[in-house]
Every structure is written in C-alpha cells, then in structure tokens.
Design a protein. Structure first.
Length: 230
C-alpha cells in the first residue's frame, strides 16, 4: 500500500470533500438525491429527528419516546445498508483503490457513530440532566450529519455508476422496509413526515398500490396520532 505524505488525506475522507470546490459538490448532490428518493427521505428524517431532539421543550417521556424511534430507525437503516448495499458495492469495486478507500471511510464513520449513540441512549435511560442530553445529542447530530453528507456527496453517485438497476432497486426496497410490511409501516410514514412533495411522490410511486393505500389510510394517520411534537 502506498504511504501517504504528511497532510495528504485518504480519498473519500470528509475533510477531503470539504476542500472540493462548492460548485462541484452542488453538481453531484442534487443528481444523487434525485435518483435516491427513499434514501433522501430517510437521511432527512434522521437529521430532522436529531434537530428536534436537540431543541426539544417537550416532557422527558415524550422526548425519550422520540429518541427510541430515532435510535431504532437509525439501527434499521444501517443494517439495511450493511445487508443490501455495501457488500455488493465492495465486490464491484475490487481492484479500485479510490473506491475501496471511500468504502473504508464510510465504515470508519459508522464505527464512530455507534459509541455516541450508545452513550446517548444510556443518558436517556438514566434520565440524565437536560443539559447533558443536549450536549450528547449535539455531538451525535454533528457526527451523523457529516457521515450522511459524505455518503450523499461521494458514495451514492459512485454506487449509481457501479451497480446494476436491479441492485439499486434492491437497495431502495431494503431501506424502506424490504419485504416486511410491518417494517415498511413504521419506516415509510416516519421518513415522509416532513419530506418535500417531490420526494414523497417519488417514494410512494415506487410502492405497490396496496402499500400506498395502507400508507394513506392507516400508516400515516397512526404515525401522526402517536408522534406528539417536540
């Protein structure tokens, strides 16, 4: 493996992205997001929940309930990516040093998120001081937002170019719930609760007609009833 000179950053490192011209990032991101509507909705919902949790003025019980929803959705999302996306991408990028380095950076970032999520979960369980919770949530929000932005800016465009249409479709199915109707009933309304009309229309358009009917008649009304504002 080639040694890196002082100050040189591995391809795909978040700081390397930050040093790219803004115009280049703006060219990549909208195209990637437009072709990844379910991923866009989930990522934005994760950001939304952490923003709302960080600034919550609701009761501890309500805030903790929302944290549990966020925690479980993040765990499901990472598991879906791990099962349906990263192995296929890694196999196709064999022999591509830049692509492999990017995947390593993605994995490193996810490993850093895990301990932050765990300590925040412990703080909720122990009913920690609100100031302490806010500090932990802010750290988690910063780390997760950096990872999601990195994935959207570099990984998703590369995956789009690398995988087949069938593989990409399998990824989008997995992250919105896979073949589990119960999982989709929890994830889809949560992800679309504050999504733009364009993203919502695209995500719902990819669902089978019976699932769309369930979304409008049951899933979304139930989500709204069970999700008090923070």
């Amino acid at each position: 493996m080639r040694s890196m000179s002082p100050g040189e950053r591995r391809p795909g490192h978040p700081e390397a992205i930050a040093e790219q011209p803004t115009a280049a990032l703006q060219t990549i991101q909208p195209a990637a997001r437009a072709s990844w509507a379910p991923m866009t909705a989930v990522h934005d919902a994760l950001r939304r929940d952490l923003d709302q949790l960080t600034h919550s003025t609701a009761s501890r019980a309500v805030t903790r309930a929302r944290w549990i929803v966020f925690r479980d959705q993040l765990a499901f999302h990472f598991a879906a990516e791990h099962a349906a996306m990263w192995p296929a991408v890694r196999a196709r990028l064999t022999g591509d040093p830049h692509g492999q380095a990017l995947l390593e950076a993605m994995e490193d970032e996810r490993r850093l998120i895990g301990p932050l999520q765990a300590v925040t979960d412990d703080a909720f369980i122990m009913d920690a001081d609100p100031g302490r919770l806010r500090q932990l949530l802010t750290r988690l929000r910063t780390r997760l937002a950096s990872h999601l932005a990195h994935e959207e800016a570099e990984a998703l465009p590369l995956i789009t170019q690398t995988l087949s249409h069938g593989q990409l479709s399998a990824i989008t199915r997995a992250i919105r719930g896979g073949h589990s109707l119960r999982r989709a009933a929890a994830t889809v309304p949560w992800a679309l609760a504050s999504a733009s009309p364009g993203v919502s229309t695209q995500v719902l358009g990819e669902l089978p007609a019976p699932a769309r009917l369930l979304y409008h008649r049951i899933w979304l009304p139930r989500y709204r009833r069970n999700t008090p504002p923070l």
